[in-house]
Write a protein of this length. Structure first.
Length: 103
């Protein structure tokens, strides 16, 4: 299975997903692939619900970022790149509205 996450906006991401497999017409493989598809759909639904709640929480005025887990290697690297490229990403609080328009 392959998944690609494409940012659409600051609060939305499109997920493209495709499965690749060698040709195999055996009944067992068809069953395994079907079960894999069903499990992935369920996990995707759970993830979507969790992400929606997290996004809602991040939009709350009481939200403060927490630490990243040590296993979040890619997320940590991405956050470091953002902070390096966008100085405002280093701020404790969001900048005032309009900061990016040069007002």
């Amino acid at each position: 299975d392959f998944m690609q996450f494409l940012p659409v906006s600051a609060t939305e991401t499109m997920i493209r997903e495709v499965s690749y497999a060698l040709p195999d017409a055996r009944r067992e493989m068809k069953a395994a692939r079907y079960l894999n598809w069903r499990i992935n759909r369920r996990v995707n639904d759970e993830d979507s619900a969790l992400i929606a709640r997290v996004q809602e929480g991040m939009g709350s005025p009481s939200y403060i970022p927490g630490p990243l887990g040590t296993s979040e290697v890619c997320l940590r690297s991405f956050a470091q790149k953002l902070r390096r490229l966008i100085p405002e990403a280093r701020l404790e609080r969001a900048p005032a509205p309009g900061w990016s328009r040069g007002n």
